[in-house]
Design a binder for this molecule. Structure first.
Ligand SMILES: Nc1ncnc2c1ncn2[C@@H]1O[C@H](COP(=O)(O)OP(=O)(O)O)[C@@H](O)[C@H]1O
Ligand SMILES: [Mg+2]
Length: 614
């Protein structure tokens, strides 16, 4: 069984003090300097508005409410003025905050949009040897969760953090100006609150980390279950799968609850502290009021400021954990971006003006893992224009050979050459245009058949029609209701696997591929499509073709048949020679014939008395 814990993320050693990481993050916001600067400026306004309110409160109380010597209507009109200013400031604060939030969200979203594009673009070009080792879930996480984490830091933290710090500083300054002694007493709470925050933040970090790793486990479990759903249903394993998911999900619940308990303890704790501070002000400030060194207005303003003071402190702790997870995400995103490709275009690429299609594998050895050889010291020469069939049991390395020819992987030893040119000296795009591959899995774009055939080859409609005509594939197009303009893919027509292969073949032809490769293209198609395909191949004689086939009947006409086993060529020659040799190939043919016979017997309902064993 798979180990879903194996999908633990690395790179969680990130610290808050990783300066190069911070610099790199900020480099991504370079294009938005103006907007960020403006948001910071707005911060000043927002802070000013927030800090003015308690001051207005004080003025209202001291200048008008408690001023018993002043005539009442003067006190009333004064209060009215204060009320008006208060309202005005609240509205200003609201508008400024609104503009700031929208601006920052825009900046954050834009930066993430760009980063997402950059990352996806990078992933698309990475080596298969690297990508194959990455669980799909991990790549998805990079592009979704990790980006989202970074985004949260950009918007909800960076500038609001600036807002908060500005506010804390502002409050301290105002308090000291209003009453230095009382302010000094109050500042005792600052280190206390900081200690509380640091302790809480480090506890929270553990909890968040545990939650995140459990979440990635769940994600990869879901992903693997969905991709293997047919097998699960086939074997009636839903129950067991559900049970495993239940365990994973329950653990997630527990971990989340642990984090919630921590927050539930921390929040009232800061609330408690803020009330203790209020009590202290009431006690010491009240004493000063009686002593006539503090006015009632100042006392009330002090209390209001204290409440304002604790609010950002409380947020600070939460923001600290957001920053932590954003840093870890940033590190993982950057690590992905820093993954270099090993298979790249040569510095000075060579070109082949007229490809004849000679292919030479010389002493090629390769393994997906270096210590597990899949191709072992293989030599193979394919003459220009030859049709070569490769047969052999599943896992013998046939597809791998093609992947090496297309330079999806680099052999660990030996060379591969086309027309005498080492493929490493050719531009990748040239090489992959030269070799047209017709696969079983065909990538379909949600577009018309024409667009699907042309892709980026720049082929004209006329040329597509000619090519199809020439290869005898017209019936394929005529079968579709709108011909070349039929929509296929999601929301369009579903193509049968045979039709997909014809499409794939047409693609290769449009590119004028000099070498054609069929990798088990005929394995799952009906005999009608197969005969179209066979005719098409025949019509194109003259091109080097490599046919990997399950059905041995389709390869009899090949110029040469190469039999592979465990990454080696065990026999080669034409059909008659190999039958005469009475070795490996002859055995395969016998087995194939036997299999067909059994199938036919089973397909005939009247005589379905054959044993149930396949
Ligand atoms: N992407 C891959 N990563 C690791 N091992 C692979 C990969 N693709 C194929 N293999 C292994 O390499 C061997 C040859 O596979 P393949 O070339 O696909 O065989 P064939 O096409 O002849 O059936 C098999 O043992 C297979 O498990
Ligand atoms: Mg294969």
């Amino acid at each position: 069984m798979r180990n879903y814990g194996g999908y633990m993320e690395k790179g969680q050693s990130t610290t808050f003090y990783d300066l190069p990481l911070w610099l790199r993050i900020f480099r991504h916001s370079r294009g938005y300097k103006g907007a960020i600067g403006f948001a910071v400026l707005l911060s000043l306004g927002v802070t000013f508005a927030a800090l003015s309110l308690p001051y207005l409160l004080k003025t209202g109380i001291d200048t008008y409410i408690t001023a018993v010597d002043m005539p009442p209507d003067q006190r009333f009109s004064g209060l009215l003025r204060i009320g008006f200013f208060t309202g005005l400031l609240i509205i200003c604060g609201f508008v400024l905050t609104f503009v700031q939030v929208v601006l920052l969200e825009w900046v954050g979203q834009s930066i993430m949009h760009r980063l997402r594009q950059q990352l996806f673009d990078h992933i698309l070009a990475l080596d298969l040897s690297f990508l194959n080792k990455q669980p799909t879930g991990r790549l998805v996480t990079r592009l979704t969760n990790d980006i989202q984490n970074m985004y949260e830091m950009f918007t909800s933290v960076l500038v609001t953090l600036f807002n908060d710090l500005l506010r804390l500083l502002g409050i301290l300054v105002v308090l000291f100006i209003m009453n230095a002694k009382l302010a000094a007493v109050m500042s005792v709470f600052l280190p206390l609150a900081l200690v509380l925050i640091v302790v809480f933040a480090s506890l929270a970090r553990e909890k968040f980390r545990a939650i995140r790793s459990q979440l990635s486990r769940i994600n990869s479990f879901i992903q693997e279950s969905v991709s293997g759903i047919s097998v699960i249903q086939l074997f009636n394993e839903q129950h067991r799968w559900f049970h495993r998911f239940d365990e994973l999900s329950r653990e997630y619940l527990h971990r989340t609850l642990r984090q919630i308990r921590l927050f539930a303890a921390f929040m009232p704790l800061t609330e408690l502290m803020s009330w203790v501070a209020v009590a202290l002000i009431l006690l010491y400030g009240g004493y000063q009021v009686i002593d006539k060194t503090l006015t009632i207005g100042e006392l009330i303003a002090f209390i209001a400021y204290m409440r304002l003071f604790f609010q950002p402190l409380r947020d600070l702790a939460q923001k600290y954990s957001i920053v932590q997870s954003a840093l870890a995400s940033a590190e993982r995103i950057f690590a992905m971006l820093d993954t270099r490709r090993e298979i790249v275009d040569p510095g000075v690429p060579q070109t082949i003006s007229q490809v004849t299609g000679e292919i030479v594998f010389r002493s090629v050895s390769f393994g997906y893992d270096t210590d597990v050889p899949v191709i072992a010291n293989l030599d193979l020469t394919i003459e220009p224009g030859q049709t070569v069939a490769i047969v052999g049991p599943t896992g013998s390395g046939k597809t791998t050979l093609i992947s090496l020819l297309l330079r999806f992987y680099e052999p660990q030893a030996g060379t591969i050459a086309i027309d005498g040119r080492d493929i490493r000296r050719l531009k990748l795009a040239d090489l992959r245009t030269m070799v047209g591959v017709i696969l079983q899995d065909v990538l379909i774009l949600d577009d018309t058949l024409l667009a699907n055939i042309v892709m980026n080859s720049g082929c004209s409609r006329q040329r597509v029609a000619d090519v199809l005509d020439q290869a005898g594939m017209k019936p394929f197009v005529e079968n579709l209701e709108n011909g070349l303009d039929t929509l296929i893919g999601d929301g369009g027509r579903e193509l049968s696997s045979g039709e997909k292969q014809l499409l794939s073949f047409a693609r290769a032809l449009c590119r004028n591929a000099d070498i054609l490769v069929f990798d088990e293209a005929t394995a799952s198609i009906d005999s009608e499509t197969e005969s179209i395909l066979e005719q098409a191949v025949a019509a194109l004689s003259g091109r080097t073709s490599i046919i990997i086939a399950h059905r041995l009947s389709t390869i009899r006409r090949a110029d040469r048949i190469v039999v592979m086993d465990s990454g080696r060529i065990v026999e080669q020659g034409n059909h008659q020679d190999l039958i005469a040799l009475n070795g490996y190939y002859a055995e395969l043919v016998r087995l194939d014939a036997l299999k067909r016979k059994t199938l036919q017997t089973r397909e005939t309902p009247r005589r379905s008395i054959s044993p149930a064993t396949p």
